[in-house]
Ligand binder design. Structure first.
Ligand code: S3P
Length: 432
């Protein structure tokens, strides 16, 4: 699967199922009594770990002809898991299921791989302790999480000060088995799939937004209805191919059936601002989520841009690939306020900076702001990429081969299975 400066990205492309939505539909369908059906579930390692977790907690989930049937159990009825629950690399999985369990009268131990075992959990558990759950963390911060849920959780008002959909969703899932009204105030830039899915499943949830905040109110007086859900394509996965198509003049890509939720497509806005030719050719709404087809036709070189801290949550997972794009855009690009990137699957801020240097691009970090000195010259390449098994770093710097004279060395690329197991298959299909 060669990819180098001669490559063009061409053809019609269906991105794999959205990861955030795949986690959530498994969990919420698992809390709806009766049979739900899921089509196009992302079968990546992270999502499969959530699936296994839901099985351990009593959900009956069956794979049938590439699709899934979920027979859920009522909120509050989670089974006592017989073993510890392993979430592998997945921050979303461990945090969301921690929230779900916290209001059930069971005990569980939630564990993860090396990377997950270094990620902060207190941001979630500090809220869940308030409802009455008993939680212990390694060094008061990290997994394993030892959790004793509470069957009669206290309904509270929460204010979340870090823009994080995972924190919010953990609290929302705890609310499924909490009697009374739960209120949440958070930043409106975080992804709102949990809210949208709950609405589609007939739950009693109200959501309001002003220019900065989102206000959520939930009451568990209406059951979750079963649902047939076709998971749309993942914009965070499509971002690699869309960015690649924007890099190379002459590329022509049609992206089909991609999730177009405004909290997820900040990178599309950024690429357009940088001069990318991206057209949205159809937009529709299914189960409260927008879905679109896109056409990318590269005709001109890109220019640099500036992202403010409030823009970051809207493209938090796309900063690594946008950094590669910025290297090939004329001028100084600044991504401001990247603190959250330091606590992702790796310290992404540091790895982006280090690897840009390895491929021959000048960048610097100042107070969590990243400065990238871009120009429209091929980079020297040939660097040994330092990825710490972070899937998005591997995929971003694989795409970087397109702007390098010499291919970079990426040892052990297997971590792409975390979010995008078909990445290299798609590379050979859409690069010419
Ligand atoms: C996710 C939320 C984001 C994102 C992650 C998936 C989700 O994390 O980075 O890949 O599905 O809720 P935070 O909410 O912690 O920013």
């Amino acid at each position: 699967m060669p990819l180098n400066y001669k490559s063009l990205i061409k053809g019609s492309y269906f991105p794999p199922g959205d990861k955030s939505i795949s986690h959530r539909i498994l969990i919420l369908a698992g809390q709806a009594i009766g049979r739900s059906k899921i089509y196009n579930l992302l079968e990546s390692e992270d999502v499969i770990n959530t699936l296994k977790a839901m099985r351990l907690l009593g959900g009956n989930i069956v794979r049938k002809d590439k699709n899934y049937e979920v027979f859920g159990i009522a909120p509050g009825g989670l089974f006592q898991p017989k073993t510890k629950i392993d979430f592998g690399n997945s921050g979303t999985g461990i945090r969301l299921i921690c929230g779900l369990i916290s209001s059930n009268n069971i005990e569980a131990k939630l564990v993860g791989d090396n990377s997950l075992s270094k990620r902060p959990m207190k941001r979630v558990t500090q809220h869940l302790s308030r409802i009455g759950a008993k939680i212990e963390l390694r060094k008061k911060s990290f997994p394993p999480i030892s959790l004793k849920g509470i069957g009669n959780a206290v309904p509270l008002t929460f204010e979340i000060l870090i823009p994080s959909a995972q924190i919010k969703s953990a609290i929302m899932l705890s609310a499924l088995n909490t009697n009374g009204t739960i209120k949440i105030k958070e930043f409106k830039t975080t992804r709102d799939h949990t809210e949208n899915m709950l609405k589609s499943m007939g739950y009693n949830i109200k959501v309001k937004e002003n220019s900065v905040h989102r206000y959520i109110e939930m009451r568990n007086n209406k059951d979750l209805k079963t649902i047939d859900y076709k998971v749309p394509g993942d914009p965070s996965s499509a971002a690699f191919f869309i960015s690649a198509a924007c890099l190379k003049p002459g590329s022509k890509l049609v992206v089909k059936n991609m999730l177009f939720n405004k909290t997820r497509v900040g990178f599309i806005k950024t690429l357009i601002k940088m001069g990318g030719d991206i057209k949205i050719i159809s937009k529709r709404k299914i189960h409260n989520e927008y879905i679109a087809d896109l056409k990318i036709h590269q005709k001109r070189n890109l220019k640099s841009t500036i992202l403010e801290p409030e823009d970051i949550p809207l493209q938090v997972d796309e900063i690594p690939i946008l950094s590669v794009v910025a290297s090939f855009a004329n001028g100084l690009t600044v991504f401001k306020g990247l603190k959250e990137l330091t606590v992702k699957e790796s310290n992404r801020l540091l790895l982006i900076h280090k690897n840009l240097k390895k491929i021959g691009v000048k960048s610097l970090i100042k107070n969590y702001d990243l400065y990238i000195y871009g120009n429209y010259n091929l980079k020297k390449g040939g660097g040994i990429i330092n990825h710490n098994d972070d899937h998005r770093i591997v995929m971003s710097f694989f795409i970087a081969n397109m702007i390098c004279k010499k291919n970079n060395v990426i040892k052990d690329k297997s971590c792409v299975k975390t979010s995008y197991p078909t990445f290299f298959k798609h590379i050979s299909q859409f690069s010419n």
